[in-house]
Design a binder for this molecule. Structure first.
Ligand code: AMP
Length: 505
């Protein structure tokens, strides 16, 4: 019996559904393609309107992802939903499609200064991406979609609100500004989506969200998405949701498991040079480099640029237009490297990211998982390289504990610059598939789901003589080159071609 049959049978009754099939397909081999083959559900079976199905075909979506298959039928019935899911699972379509379907079924036009459905997102980039998704799925329908975010002029937003909107995607602060000035009333909003609620908490948005929710009509549909459920978020969900269906997909460790990860132990002062060396490898065709601070992001981008590696920084000090332009250039393969802070990059939806490089390890393991998830979009694999200096080793331990993985470590402290070439140990690690890494490092007990031991007694490869084979470390083993979303639908864009990337440099 297929995994989906019992779910379909119980749809509307089950209040807690855990979707593990995708995780299993990804962890045990076969990747998303094998999942798609097993997945018998079709979009047409979910009860979506023909104009939406046509748009999905136009997007090249063949079958729903687990969260879509689980969530859409209940949402079409008007149920509330608690979705425990990260980006990359297809969660945007999981809420956008049923919302559009319900809006289309009730042809009323929105009254001026109102929005029929409201989606709250933590960042401007995510809001813009969600709105793009709504527009794509509504391409053959008459649906108005607006975006309200901070950092840009009020005028065009006021104009958009004055006509009323079917779908409004917004960040909380600017939304409340428009409510306060009377440009927006929330009494006609019958559907609310809270996306990346845990990230909203990080950004201090819980109070504004509660204010917004208090102005909504009581009779409404609530959709709540969060990758993790810290206490405040659980209590917000509890207050907002009525008898919700819960769908949980891709547990944190699963994302981590499908990314080919490695760590370079380096001296802090050598990080920037090591970074430039990494980019001597053309396999790093489309990479996001994470830094902890905005200034750090600027400095790293300048350093890469100065060494011929086309880069752009994206963070909260950049204007909205600069951020969108940088993102667009990156998406189109005109810029090879995007240097980003966690907040700016969270939720960025760019397919075909070949590598994530952690210039600094993040403060929390969750942020690490979010970062490396940028290269494992839509069920694809990917590679992540972390530069770790001595002071960051406790952070590395925490990451290994949370992801329940032992990461292959190459010790390059004190190593001379190799001019972009790997040491013998680098090669040894590159040759090994991820499971082999564990054996290389004598940690055979480290299988998924088992707790990592302390690193203190674990051997690290020592720097060696700087022998020079053709490719530096950091590239994926060819057998495990990330599929870069190609298996997952038409929105996947080809990664920047080698020549395109070179032209940028
Ligand atoms: P999300 O988790 O919403 O950020 O979606 C991740 C990526 O998957 C986006 O690029 C979507 O366009 C893509 N996507 C979502 N659903 C599907 C689907 N059913 N088939 C193919 N691609 C999809």
């Amino acid at each position: 019996m297929s995994f989906f049959e019992p779910t379909a049978r119980y749809a509307g009754q089950v209040s807690f559904i855990i979707v593990e099939t995708l995780a299993a397909a990804l962890v045990h081999g076969g990747g998303f393609d094998s999942f798609e083959r097993q997945n018998v559900t079709k979009f047409a079976d979910l009860g979506l309107a023909e104009v939406i199905l046509r748009a999905l075909a136009h997007e090249g979506y063949v079958s729903p992802t687990p969260i879509q298959a689980q969530a859409i039928p209940s949402l079409l019935q008007g149920r509330d939903l608690l979705g425990i899911a990260q980006t990359g699972t297809g969660k945007t379509a999981a809420f956008a499609l049923p919302i559009l379907n319900r809006l289309l079924a009730d042809q009323r036009r929105p009254a001026p200064h109102t929005a029929r459905a409201l989606v709250l997102a933590p960042t401007r980039e995510l809001a813009a991406q969600i709105a793009d998704s709504f527009r794509a799925y509504a391409r053959f329908a008459r649906i108005s979609v607006g975006v309200i975010v901070g950092g840009v002029a009020h005028g065009p937003q006021i104009k958009a609100l004055s006509g009323g909107l079917d779908v409004l995607v917004a960040t909380p602060g600017r939304l409340l500004d428009h409510v306060a000035s009377g440009q927006l009333r929330l009494d006609a909003t019958r559907t609310i989506v809270l996306d990346e609620a845990d990230h909203m908490l990080d950004l201090g948005f819980v109070v504004p969200i509660r204010k917004i929710v208090s102005r909504l009509p009581k009779d409404r549909q609530n959709l709540f998405f969060s990758a993790t459920m810290p206490k405040e978020i659980a209590s917000l969900a509890d207050d907002m949701l009525k008898d919700p269906v819960t769908v949980k997909v891709t547990p944190v460790a699963t994302t981590a498991e499908r990314v080919d990860q490695r760590v370079l132990l380096v001296d802090g002062a050598a990080k920037r040079d090591v970074l430039v060396e990494l980019f001597a490898d053309p396999d790093l065709a489309r990479a996001i480099v994470f830094t902890r601070t905005k200034r750090g992001a600027d400095r790293v981008a300048q350093h890469l640029d100065a060494h011929g590696v086309g880069s752009a920084a994206i963070h909260g000090n950049k204007s909205q237009n600069q951020r969108l332009r940088a993102l667009d250039d990156f998406r189109r393969g005109r810029t090879r490297v995007l240097v980003a802070t966690d907040i700016a990059a969270r939720g960025i939806d760019v397919d075909g990211v070949t590598h994530v490089v952690n210039f600094e390890l993040p403060e929390t393991p969750e942020a690490y998982v979010h970062r490396i998830g940028r290269t494992a979009r839509a069920g694809a694999g990917g590679a992540a390289i972390s530069l770790c200096d001595n002071s960051e080793r406790p952070l590395l331990r925490a990451i290994e504990k949370t992801t329940r993985q032992t990461l292959p470590v190459i010790d390059r402290r004190g190593a001379q610059a190799t001019g972009g070439q790997p040491t013998q140990d680098d090669r040894a690690v590159r040759r090994a598939a991820p499971h082999e890494h564990r054996r290389t490092h004598e940690r055979p007990h480290q299988e998924a789901g088992r707790k990592a031991p302390s690193r203190s007694n674990q051997p690290h490869a020592k720097p060696t003589d700087g022998a020079r084979p053709a490719k530096p470390f950091g590239a994926n083993d060819k057998r495990r080159r990330p599929a870069n979303g190609a298996s997952f639908g038409s929105r996947s864009r080809a990664p920047g071609s080698r020549s395109g990337a070179a032209a940028n440099e």
